[in-house]
Design a protein around this ligand. Structure first.
Ligand SMILES: Cc1cc2nc3c(=O)[nH]c(=O)nc-3n(C[C@H](O)[C@H](O)[C@H](O)COP(=O)(O)OP(=O)(O)OC[C@H]3O[C@@H](n4cnc5c(N)ncnc54)[C@H](O)[C@@H]3O)c2cc1C
Length: 401
């Protein structure tokens, strides 16, 4: 097998963006729009599929609902950015090269790492072989097909975080013929205020979801899950939503990563070990005044925009600015006809105010539908994507430049 090496020219800066998820897309569109008139900058976006994966809505795909087609190369048209379809198999951070599908090597001057995260299917034995996960549209379609053919039986959703809650609610609503059991260590909606949490809990009950909190799944078998203490819960289908993990490629490339493999960044989102690498979205460990950000779309898109703005500033001979972000909401769908939206302080702790029912459904839908039009607007007006809550006193880091 011969490997194709693709290089820039001595006078062209090549910015390579890995992963066209919520954060990588934001970085690509924002940067392409800002450097459109520069002949000395080339932007390339790498992703395994041309279709944008609306990860926020994978639980809808998993219950047979069709989502709009969003084509990444089409969105990039007119920006000058190039799309490369492929899977990143290795990165050499010293040689500044990225290997795609084992047969193509791209050189970069600046790298934006937006490879996201996937459900952690390795932490509990049996999950890898016997459980479904919502990591891609294909995964979700396989689960949809299985649920549609089941007819009757029990679906166990492992993990009572928000992905577990949204998935359990959606499955129960779309498949009233199935028993849906939500298992997890914590109570569903644990981070919400007591009233919002109680609303969420009663919505799950209304949909017929059986919730068991305070339990630990220790093994997944072909027809059951085993709990700590030895109890076994029968399961025709298991969906695993507990925990996330990131690609091992960053650690393998010698980048400084945290205990979960996420790239540790400085205040401007550059890797602390390799300043020509910016890390964005779920794949990055970004410290704010309240702690390290956790993976969300609401925080991921701003990281992508900020990385692009920083790269553009550096190209113009300026210094990048520190990134600051404060959370503002947790919108949770409870099937198609109900939802709860918890408004939050910048450190993600719950405020007293929350929305429920139709208002919450409308709010959640607006939020989930907003990324693609936002990218479209950024293409024409890059500054339109550069607004998000900075978090006030919650995000001030002493000593940050
Ligand atoms: C069902 C579900 C519901 C959710 N709901 C919400 C919500 O309501 N609100 C919220 O804020 N967050 C929600 N999240 C979390 C949110 O989806 C993530 O935080 C967000 O997608 C992170 O964006 P990202 O760009 O970092 O990564 P991703 O969106 O995961 O994108 C990563 C991209 O990189 C690509 N990639 C990965 N590895 C490689 C490789 N080796 N080579 C090439 N490409 C690669 C992937 O194919 C993907 O396109 C939800 C997640 C799930 C699963």
């Amino acid at each position: 097998m011969t490997t194709r090496h693709e290089t820039g020219t001595a006078t062209t800066r090549h910015v390579l963006i890995l992963g066209a998820g919520y954060a990588g897309m934001a970085a690509a569109i924002q940067l392409a729009a800002r450097v459109k008139r520069r002949e000395d900058v080339r932007v390339t976006l790498v992703n395994p599929q041309e279709r944008f994966t609306e990860r926020l809505r994978l639980h809808m795909t998993a219950t047979g609902q069709r989502l709009a087609e969003m084509n990444i190369p089409e969105l990039l048209e007119g920006t000058g950015a190039q799309f490369v379809r492929g899977w990143v198999t290795a990165v050499d951070a010293d040689a500044k090269t990225v290997r795609i599908d084992d047969d193509r090597v791209l050189h970069y001057d600046t790298l934006v790492w937006g490879l996201g995260s996937v459900a952690d299917t390795a932490a509990v034995p049996g999950v890898e072989n016997h459980a479904h996960a919502l990591n891609s549209a294909q995964d979700a379609e396989v689960l949809a097909d299985r649920l549609a053919r089941l007819g009757s039986g029990t679906v166990v959703v492992g993990g009572s975080g928000l992905t577990g809650v949204e998935s359990a609610a959606e499955i129960a609503e779309r498949h009233p013929e199935l028993n849906v059991v939500l298992l997890g260590r914590g109570e569903p909606g644990a981070a919400m205020n007591p009233k919002a949490r109680a609303y969420l809990r009663s919505a799950l009950e209304r949909l017929g979801v059986r919730v068991r909190s305070g339990v630990e799944v220790v093994k997944v078998l072909p027809d059951a899950v085993e709990l700590a203490g030895g109890e076994s819960v029968a399961a025709d289908v298991v969906l695993w939503t507990s925990g996330t993990r990131v690609s091992p490629l960053a650690a393998a490339a010698g980048l400084t990563v945290d205990e979960r493999g996420r790239i540790v960044t400085d205040a401007t989102l550059r890797s602390v070990s390799h300043p020509d690498v910016y890390a964005v979205g779920d794949a990055a460990a970004i410290r704010q005044g309240y702690g390290v950000m956790h993976g969300t779309c609401q925080g991921g898109m701003p990281t992508g925009v900020h990385a692009a703005v920083s790269i553009s500033r550096v190209l113009n001979g300026k210094r990048p600015k520190p990134f600051r972000f404060g959370y503002y909401h947790t919108p949770v769908s409870l099937g198609r006809h109900d939802a709860v939206v918890q408004f939050t302080h910048p450190d993600d702790s719950p405020r007293r105010v929350y929305l429920t029912a139709r208002m919450a459904v409308r709010y959640k839908e607006t939020v989930s539908a907003s990324p693609w039009p936002t990218y479209g607007r950024m293409k024409k007006m890059p500054a339109s994507g550069a607004f998000w809550p900075h978090g006030g006193r919650f995000t001030r880091i002493r000593g940050a430049r």
